[in-house]
Write a protein of this length. Structure first.
Length: 442
């Protein structure tokens, strides 16, 4: 069944009863969007539990959204997400406050400061590989989480001590693992039922992480420590009136960076190694391209390695879509956007458009060497004024970790067949964590 929404002679198509399709989306957003394109075209309307959505994966329509004046949009679904990252998170603010927060948060994730972390990124990967069993099976996703956690904890807090790093990693992973995707897409589930259930489990994990963050903020405010980590920058920042950022706002930015900054990179690394394990010839070409290069800035400029990372982010988007809430009347492809509805560029639709990416289900890094891909057809980090702050940092870390692991030996999948997608909060990961075996290089 379809609904029609719009004015004049044209109307948006979409399901009249959306629940079965939302369930399909939660199970596999890539398959959902492919089915939606066939059923309703592009754009289409979906009535979600968080409100109405006008969804598109067409590059020209994505461009209209991302290129529009950022002041014409607000954040969508903030009430559902705020309990997880905080109401003053840079992901949820808008206007002057959002611009100020981005300006404060950008420096560690770009330019010289980012490159200064290159060797630390490679060391984190080397430490992890050194501990892998030479016989038996282990899961790749937790291993990649340990690498990305070590990097983000050092970046955000300046923590290099192994014991403290392990404590923070444990708290962050417990919090992420407690985020059931249904709580994000069905806000009514964000309530406790006698201290049991997913929400109660999340609140306990979040309380532990919050206590650690509060203690770290207090300790850093009471001592005059040097450093270029994110916490030091946030604590030293002042607004136009000379006032420091309050602790609750500092907390929200830290949670956002800790949660988003490590999970997305760990998932992208896992998917990249999954594809290289399935294609030993491509893995060998990457190893040959690496040669004897050791300098991070040399490694991160290698074209095939870059293409592997880009194709991984295309074939396995770690976020399915992004949403914007129009604050004024808007049309998309001639369709008026109903009041209160959000517009949603769908990454998991655009990246599988066969007109842009022939044979889109195939993993072909060469496509990023053979063709120029329009920015609005490929946007793994979102776009416009809200493009992910850590995009360059994530790609830098991804390339360096892959270089270390590919050189270190060979990974084989315990189960070489296709792997299904699992929602991990707002991100998409491999179900089962990718059991693998590792044989060290001689």
């Amino acid at each position: 069944m379809q609904q029609s929404v719009g004015g004049g002679t044209s109307a948006l198509s979409g399901p009249r009863f959306a629940v079965p399709y939302i369930v399909h989306y939660l199970r596999d957003p890539i398959a959902f969007y492919a089915d939606a394109r066939r059923r309703w075209g592009d754009p289409f309307m979906l009535n979600s539990f968080n409100g109405r959505l006008v969804i598109t994966g067409r590059a020209e329509l994505v461009r209209e959204i991302f290129a529009a004046d950022p002041a014409s949009f607000g954040t969508w679904g903030a009430d559902a997400v705020a309990p997880f990252i905080g109401p003053t998170s840079v992901l949820l603010t808008s206007g002057a406050r959002h611009r100020r927060q981005r300006k404060l948060l950008m420096p560690p994730f770009h330019g010289a400061r980012m490159r200064a972390y290159g060797e630390a990124m490679m060391q984190a990967a080397r430490r992890e590989v050194a501990g892998w069993p030479r016989q038996g099976v282990f899961r790749l996703l937790p291993a990649m989480q340990r690498i990305s956690l070590a990097v983000i904890v050092e970046t955000v807090f300046g923590i290099r001590d192994a014991v403290r790093r392990a404590d923070w990693s444990s708290a962050i992973v417990a919090t992420m693992d407690a985020v059931h995707p249904a709580m994000l897409f069905i806000p009514s589930l964000q309530r406790e039922f006698g201290g049991i259930g997913p929400w109660a489990r999340f609140r306990r994990a979040m309380a532990r992480l919050d206590a650690m963050i509060a203690a770290e903020i207090t300790a850093r405010r009471t001592r005059d420590a040097d450093g270029d980590d994110v916490l030091r920058l946030l604590l030293g920042a002042t607004d136009e009136d000379g006032l420091a950022m309050p602790d609750d706002e500092v907390r929200d930015q830290l949670v956002t960076l800790l949660v988003a900054g490590h999970e997305t990179t760990a998932l992208a690394l896992s998917w990249a190694l999954y594809e290289l394990a399935r294609d030993p010839a491509s893995c060998a070409r990457v190893r040959d391209e690496l040669g004897d290069a050791t300098a991070p800035d040399v490694i991160t400029r290698l074209p095939l390695l870059d293409a592997v990372c880009q194709e991984t982010l295309r074939r396995h988007p770690v976020v399915a879509d992004v949403a914007r809430l129009p604050l004024q009347p808007m049309t998309l492809d001639g369709y008026p956007i109903p009041p209160g509805a959000a517009v949603m560029p769908a990454i998991a639709a655009a990246h599988f458009d066969p007109a842009v990416f022939p044979d889109p289900a195939a993993f072909r890094p060469e496509r990023f060497l053979e063709q120029h891909v329009a920015p609005y057809a490929f946007f793994p980090f979102g776009g416009g004024a809200r493009r992910c702050i850590g995009a360059a940092f994530a790609l830098y870390e991804m390339k360096l970790a892959l270089a270390v692991i590919v050189r270190a030996g060979t990974l084989t999948l315990r189960d070489p067949g296709p792997v299904s997608i699992q929602h991990r909060g707002l991100t998409l990961g491999p179900r089962g964590g990718l059991p693998v075996r590792f044989v060290a290089a001689r």
